[in-house]
Structure formats: C-alpha cells, structure tokens
Write a protein that binds this ligand. Structure first.
Ligand code: FAD
Length: 257
C-alpha cells in the first residue's frame, strides 16, 4: 500500500477517552462545574451573554464555543468556515501472534491520502483502524463496514478478522485544514476545525482561549489572524458541495494520483 514513510520518534499516541476524563477531573479539581446533557440551543450576545438550554438559562461574562463538529447552526459565522465530517474506527479482536505481521512496533500511523487512514495497536493487541468518511449529521447504519473497507485495502491479510467494536464521531475541517479561531463577539471566543488533529490542537486552543479571557490575547490573536476561507455556499450549501469535492479527492486516492 505504501512506497515509504517518515518515522517521528518525537511524537506519541494516547487513549483519547482517558485524556478527556483526566481533563474533566483536573477541571473539577480546579472548581469547574460540569453540566452534562445540557445542549445549548441559543446564545444571545451581550454583556453578559445569555446561553439557553432546555433545562435553564445561564448568563455569562465570557462564552467559549468549543462544540467543534457538533456546532450545527449555533453560530453562523463559524458554521460558514467549519464543516462537520463523520469518521469511523474499528477495533479488531486481539491479534495475538499476528500483531508482529501487522505493526511490529508500538507506533501510530497516519497516511497521506486525502481521506486519511490511521491505525495503531491497543494495549491488548487489537488493531484500531480509522478511515472512511460521511457527511451530514446522519450516520451510516453499518459503521464497521465503513472502516473495514480501507483496513482490508491496507492489510489484505486482515480482511476476515473479527471486528469486536466499531464507532464513529463528528469532527470538523476547514478549507485550509488549519484550525479556525475567532472572536465572534467581544466576549465570545470560538475555536474549532482542527481537521483531524484536534487531540493536541484543541487543547492548545483551549489554553489560548483561557489566556485571552485572562487578558493575554497574543496567542489567540495570532491564531485567529490565519486566513480561513468560507466554504462555497456558506453554511447552507457547504455539505453537498463538500461531498462532491471529497468524492473527487477520494477518487484521486484510489487512482494513486
Ligand atoms: C473517529 C474519529 C477519529 C479521530 N482521530 C483523531 C486522531 O487520531 N488524532 C487527532 O488529533 N484527532 C482525531 N479526531 C479529531 C478529534 O477528536 C477532534 O478534533 C477533537 O475531539 C476536537 O476537540 P473539541 O473539544 O474541540 O471537540 P469535541 O471533542 O467534539 O467536543 C465537543 C463537545 O461539545 C459538546 N457540544 C456540542 N454541541 C453542544 C451544544 N449545542 N451544547 C452543549 N454542548 C455541546 C459535545 O457534547 C462535546 O462534548 C478524530 C475524530 C473522530 C470522530
């Protein structure tokens, strides 16, 4: 499948759910109150701003938009620049001795295809393989099939391996594949569109937003100065046009051009 690659021993891989749980614990220990299952439906700008959920309303001196691919229509300015995309992962059964033929070292791999394939081993010797995309908020019915297909292309020997788990989620991309940081109102900051690299960069963006709220906006302002083109068709038309463009680029992947 590949002619060559680059090995970066300065990079690392991690268990993202554990990272999220650890961050939540650290935030709680610092006095943060977390309200789960409280989707925000509307934000009224002002000083303070008002954030509306089903169960209640919060007034806030500062608001941070950190919904990434799940933002929907909550803020039109951001929606025009940031596109949701669904991506899928499968976990094979534990591979036992076959691991050495699949990934002999404990490294994480990402390829350079436009619709990227990425894979690594779990602590119990499963191959975690991510790939395949879909657009819009509806998920395909057979998630395992979405990632099994590219896995079979990269690892033909695993075509018949048992898939124990399959899942997916929504991330967000920008036209230039650089994150979109913006001050959408004087006291409302937004960061999203990490284009598949958010595990590290979302945390960096969080740090920049925290500093900006404390009065040190240098890092945030530098990132928000990056030019971020609007998707053709803005918030309304971007999905069908993107699906068309992605089909073209994934055809180029298949043709190897
Ligand atoms: C299958 C898959 C594989 C990925 N693999 C990688 C990878 O290998 N490496 C990498 O760097 N990145 C990867 N990503 C991307 C990465 O997960 C994201 O970039 C990252 O999670 C972004 O972090 P975030 O905190 O901005 O958004 P999220 O992690 O998406 O969190 C957004 C949060 O906002 C909440 N929310 C959304 N809307 C509302 C609302 N209206 N009201 C209240 N709360 C709301 C959601 O419930 C969620 O908790 C992957 C993504 C997917 C889906």
């Amino acid at each position: 499948a590949y002619r060559g690659g680059i090995l970066d021993m300065g990079a690392a891989h991690l268990h993202p759910l554990n990272l999220a749980l650890g961050l939540a614990r650290a935030a709680q220990a610092a006095g943060v109150e977390i309200y789960e299952r409280s989707a925000v439906h509307q934000i009224t700008e002002g000083s303070p701003a008002t954030v509306q959920t089903d169960g209640g309303r919060v007034t806030a001196d500062h608001v941070i938009l950190a919904c990434n691919g799940y933002l929907g229509g909550l803020n039109r300015k951001v929606a025009a620049k940031v596109m949701p995309i669904n991506n899928f992962i499968v976990a094979t059964e534990p591979l036992g001795d076959r691991v050495k033929d699949v990934l002999p070292r404990d490294v994480a791999v990402a390829d350079s295809k436009f619709v990227v394939n990425y894979f690594r081993l779990s602590h119990d010797g499963r191959l975690l393989f991510g790939g395949g995309e879909s657009y819009g908020y509806r998920f395909p019915s057979d998630l395992a099939a979405k990632a099994r297909k590219p896995m079979g292309q990269v690892f033909p020997a695993l075509r018949d391996v048992k898939i124990d788990y399959a899942w997916g989620g929504t991330l967000a991309i920008t036209m230039k594949r650089l994150p979109f940081l913006a001050r959408v109102a004087p006291n409302i900051l937004s960061a999203s569109g990490y284009s598949g690299h958010g595990v590290g960069t979302a945390i960096h963006a969080g740090q920049l937003m925290a500093r900006a709220i404390q009065g040190d906006g240098d890092g945030f302002d530098t990132m928000s100065a990056l030019p971020t083109p609007t998707f053709p068709g803005g918030g309304a038309l971007r999905s069908p046009l993107l699906a068309l463009a992605m089909s073209w680029f994934s055809l180029r992947d298949r043709l190897g051009i």
